[in-house]
Design a protein around this ligand. Structure first.
Ligand code: NDP
Ligand code: 8X3
Length: 245
């Protein structure tokens, strides 16, 4: 199979790329950091494309070139900040929307006609538990992943009658560069997120992606939600007002 993974310079994307490479598949890795791409490419022999998924024309050009891919993994994404909505930076919100929503939409729209024409293909989106479960400071990040969940379901509906598959993988907390990016390079704050716990690993996510991709062609996994056993939901919070009348 030929697999294209967006955002494969670190974390899930890199592990997903290696999972397919190590199982003998052709992989195209991509992202914005050229040195990382060429390093991985040199080590593994895979192809790479320098690609910022927020750049619409570049995205369409890349998939015109790689129009024979069997699997697109829409993994590129990020969270920025954990402040309450009224204190956030609007540019952070815009970047999350541009990357996590528009990036997924551009890549999907660019490759989908080719997959439908071949009556073969699989779009695998990396959503998040944050798309289903709200948490303080999750505001726009969680909403972008809710978009990914509904977009994935709607895609399968439009693909009715074809063999093109669509899956949304929704992980919980995993230790990657995600929190360092979220806290704008504050590694100490990022490390605290994972202190004294055992989060999911990138390899756990790669395993789930690979399983979905290698099932018999009539099987479509709509979604998978996975979490470390060290993480669950929390109770509803009740605000107690001392001065309530
Ligand atoms: P990382 O920060 O390690 O990886 C993010 C990847 O996305 C990098 O390879 C980065 O590459 C790429 N990326 C970011 N912006 C762009 C862009 N504009 N164009 C192309 N590539 C881009 O984090 P994760 O591996 O954890 O994140 C991967 C996905 O998983 C994201 O969608 C995230 O929301 C999701 N997720 C993460 C969870 C976690 O707890 N870690 C849990 C649930 C979901 P580069 O900088 O080179 O462009
Ligand atoms: C990343 C997981 O819980 O930090 O999507 O939002 S979480």
């Amino acid at each position: 199979m030929k697999v294209f993974v967006t955002g494969s310079t670190s974390g899930f994307g890199e592990a997903i790329a290696y999972k397919f490479i190590n199982n003998g598949h052709d992989v195209v890795i991509s992202g914005r950091r050229k040195e990382r791409l060429s390093e991985i490419s040199k080590k593994s022999g895979c192809l790479f494309e320098l690609l910022d998924v927020t750049k619409k024309e570049d995205v369409f050009k890349v998939f015109e070139k790689h129009n024979d891919i069997d699997i697109l993994v829409n993994n590129a994404g990020l969270a920025l900040g954990l402040e309450p909505a009224h204190e956030t930076n609007i540019e952070d919100w815009e970047r999350m929307i541009d990357t996590n929503i528009k990036g997924v939409v551009y890549c999907t729209r660019a490759i989908l006609p080719f997959m439908v024409k071949r009556n073969k293909g699989h779009i695998i989106n990396i959503g998040s538990v944050a798309g289903s479960w709200p948490y303080p400071g999750g505001n726009v990040y969680g909403s972008t992943k809710a978009f990914v969940a509904q977009f994935s379901r709607n895609l399968r509906n439009d693909l009715f009658g074809t063999k093109v598959r669509c899956t949304n993988i929704e992980p919980g907390m995993a230790n990657t560069e995600f929190s360092t990016v979220r806290f704008k390079g504050d590694k100490n704050r990022a490390d605290k997120v994972y202190e004294n716990t055992k989060p999911l690993t990138s390899e756990d996510i790669a395993e789930a992606v690979y399983w979905c991709a290698t099932l018999p062609e009539h099987v479509n996994i709509n979604s998978i939600e996975l979490m470390s056993v060290y993480q669950t939901w929390n109770a509803f919070r009740i605000y107690r007002d001392e001065n309530i009348d």
